[in-house]
Ligand binder design. Structure first.
Ligand SMILES: Nc1ncnc2c1ncn2[C@@H]1O[C@H](COP(=O)(O)OP(=O)(O)O)[C@@H](O)[C@H]1O
Ligand SMILES: [Mg+2]
Length: 350
């Protein structure tokens, strides 16, 4: 943390032990996870959390679902970057802005042609001829490199000597496809020996395989998503030797335990008779039936908590930082997103 002298603005002291957050140098946050675990939601919350101190953040989605527009309650995003929210304020942090972009591979391809060959018109002719369809359906590798390419471009873009975006958050493909998705630039540069495609792929790689990028995993504490996370981390470990940085594990939709450790331990072995007596003493009619239901619920809760504990231990073995995100009980809305952003910031994920 750098402290500035309030009058002169000069650096008063630098505290090297206190980091502002765990991913200080990261400019591209790639968010993956099993579908349905909250990938889009957590990516959006992370963007809100990163948009502080006047920093601008770009939140991008690459799967054409318009999930971000829905989340921020705006009409479907056109192909263009648009401000969707103000970042999380709080403490001394002044909010920055969050922009969103739904990347469309065809548009990205036309942009790419325009950039490298000055071929905007040719590109439009190609669309008419269906060549773009060819590119996006028959060559999924090329499609992926255009999508990661767009992220790399947003990270590198500068205006007036300063980066346009301080951070880019990508709502990325799910765990099963993330390794290939991120490695595709390597494959493409292996295929093309020279020329602009090779140059483009090399640039994309130099961003993705650098300390500027981190790949985060979103999961919930259930067996399948946890297994996918562990498999995904293991797969990316192989790419990590090539410079790819594995990020944090965001444990989403966590339910707080309703009972203390001791009570939880006892919950499985409750005597229904004792419970009924207790309820009766508390003045509750029909205490027998209620006691039976209550004992069943308590047992269920205790088992669920035990399962969560096991899954949490399995995640710990992956050796990556973990962050806990609460279940928002009444469904996700903007207020819920800011709550998740706050939780991420408190735990120094952003
Ligand atoms: N922490 C949370 N609390 C409550 N609901 C959540 C939470 N995170 C995600 N959700 C909900 O779960 C569903 C799936 O989330 P989404 O972000 O679309 O997942 P994914 O992108 O992984 O498919 C959505 O309805 C979303 O509102
Ligand atoms: Mg999604």
């Amino acid at each position: 943390m750098i402290r500035r002298n309030r009058c002169t603005g000069g650096i008063a002291s630098i505290d090297v032990t206190a980091r502002d957050n765990d991913w200080d140098g990261v400019r591209l946050h790639v968010v993956t996870g099993k579908g349905g675990t909250g990938k889009t939601t957590v990516a959006a919350a992370l963007a809100l959390a990163l948009a502080r101190d006047g920093r601008n953040v770009l939140l991008m989605e690459v799967e054409g679902r318009q999930g971000i527009a829905q989340l921020f309650d705006c009409p479907p995003l056109p192909y263009g970057e648009r401000k969707v929210a103000v970042g999380l304020a709080g403490g001394s942090a002044e909010a920055g802005d969050v922009y969103a972009l739904a990347v469309d591979p065809e548009e990205a391809f036309l942009e790419y042609l325009a950039m490298f060959y000055n071929l905007r018109h040719a590109g439009q002719a190609l669309t008419k001829l269906g060549v773009v369809d060819f590119v996006t359906t028959l060559a999924p590798g090329l499609r992926d490199v255009l999508l990661t390419g767009k992220a790399a471009e947003a990270v590198r873009r500068r205006r007036g000597g300063k980066p346009v975006y301080d951070a880019v958050v990508m709502d990325a493909p799910p765990t099963g496809r993330i390794g290939r998705f991120l490695n595709v630039a390597a494959e493409v540069s292996g295929l093309a020996k020279v020329g602009p495609i090779r140059g483009h792929a090399d640039t994309v790689q130099s961003v993705i395989r650098s300390p500027q990028t981190a790949v985060h995993f979103v999961t919930v504490l259930e067996e399948m998503p946890v297994q996918e996370t562990l498999d995904g981390v293991a797969e990316l470990r192989e790419l990590a030797t090539g410079g790819l940085q594995i990020g944090g594990i965001m444990i989403n939709m966590m339910r707080p335990p309703m009972l203390s450790e001791t009570d939880l331990a006892a919950a499985g072995t409750l005597d229904t008779g004792d419970l009924a007596t207790g309820l009766k003493a508390a003045g509750i009619e029909d205490s027998r039936a209620l006691a039976k239901d209550l004992a069943a619920d308590l047992g269920e809760h205790a088992r669920a908590m035990e399962l969560q504990r096991t899954e949490r231990q399995r995640l710990a073995a992956a050796g990556q930082p973990r962050y806990n995100l609460p279940l928002i009980p009444d469904g996700m809305d903007l207020a819920g997103l800011y709550r998740l952003a706050e939780a991420l910031r408190e735990q120094k994920a952003a």
